[in-house]
Design a protein around this ligand. Structure first.
Ligand code: MRU
Length: 337
């Protein structure tokens, strides 16, 4: 089962707002539906929205075959649906370039390549991450993770949870601690659901207990995904990642980021240069229909935070392991042969 796919001329994606109690699929036929799905987090996670952007350009090209202005406006709107994960703009730009050069059929082929590459890259980076962890911390690795960087955040395998799955396949997985991830509970709703599906032993903790899990020595590594990794090695990920990195440093536990190269943004020098999405007040002043805070309470609902490079032990991609905490940088020259 793929989180997102192209079937019969439309985008098909699991509706993540309905999980864990309902497994339902959206059939997306218009650009407006796609943008709404990305904004509502029905489709979410950096690699998955990168694929959504790529498929969205192919969809727009079908909808506007003879209207270049409408097509351009549609792809611009998809690109702007969420600001922080670089994958969305990357997916749109890659397919738009192919569309401009070779037309709509070539654009669809390119979008399908983006989709297949995500499936392959996630498996490769997961294997590399699992190998690095076993070599670095030992033969059984207990993991703490945050948000959802699993199959649901990608086409089918995951990044941080992909590493967990690879560890499991090699008999090297200890216990997994997942933080609930306020306010939209991607950890409690999605990560816990995925861990149960794969039969990994796991425990849910509230976000504010995450530092105590580390301080108590319950885990050997923190493994998270990323929405953007800047040229200097700063990592932008779900809000709550930065405090986790601070606590991991204090506890002497490696802070590992698992992400595809499509999340590495060499054009952006540092985390300070990234737009951090701020979401609606209602996400934290209410829980479903129940009000939590007094009406009119002012909020600052950051969706992401910036973990400075020096707190990141390792960034693992399908191509390499970067060690920002030891001075390594994503923009160091790499062997691209
Ligand atoms: O707001 P979300 O749920 O899209 O945020 C997702 C995250 O922060 C993930 O950790 C990140 O995209 C990596 S997913 C492989």
């Amino acid at each position: 089962m793929r989180t997102i796919d192209w079937r019969d001329g439309r985008i098909v994606a699991i509706d993540q707002t309905r999980l864990p109690h309902h497994v339902e699929f959206l059939e997306i036929d218009t650009v407006e539906e796609l943008i709404a799905a990305i904004r509502s987090l029905a489709i979410r996670g950096a690699p998955a929205i990168g694929v959504a952007g790529a498929l969205g350009v192919a969809l727009a090209a079908r909808l506007h075959p003879d209207d270049p202005a409408a097509l351009h406006a549609a792809t611009d709107a998809i690109r702007a649906a969420r600001p922080t994960a670089v994958n969305l703009a990357w997916g749109v730009d890659r397919v738009r370039a192919r569309l401009d050069a070779d037309g709509a059929e070539a654009a669809l082929a390119e979008a399908l390549t983006v989709l297949e590459e995500d499936a392959r890259c996630c498996r490769e980076l997961s294997e590399r991450g699992a190998r690095w962890l076993v070599e670095t911390v030992g033969p059984k690795v207990a993991v703490q993770t945050h948000c959802n960087a699993g199959a649901l955040a990608t086409v089918e395998w995951g990044t941080a949870l992909g590493v967990v799955r690879s560890l499991q396949q090699h008999g090297a997985l200890g216990h997994v601690y997942a933080s609930e991830t306020r306010p939209l509970l991607q950890g409690a709703r999605l990560t816990v659901w995925e861990l149960a599906q794969i039969g990994a032993a796991h425990t849910l903790v509230v976000d504010s207990a995450a530092a105590s899990v580390l301080a108590q020595g319950l885990v050997d590594a923190v493994v998270v995904g990323a929405d953007r990794i800047t040229a200097n090695g700063d990592v932008i990920n779900k809000v709550g990642t930065y405090p986790l990195a601070l606590a991991a440093a204090r506890a002497g536990v490696p802070m590992v980021v698992a992400a595809p190269e499509s999340t590495v943004d060499l054009a952006t020098p540092s985390g300070r240069d990234v737009t951090i999405e701020v979401r609606a007040a209602e996400e934290i002043t209410a829980l479903g229909a129940a009000a939590l805070a007094p009406q009119g309470t002012e909020t600052l609902n950051y969706a992401f935070d910036i973990t400075p490079a020096d707190l990141v032990t390792a960034i693992v991609t399908e191509r390499r392991v970067i060690l920002p905490g030891a001075g390594g940088r994503p923009d160091d020259p790499i062997d691209r042969s």
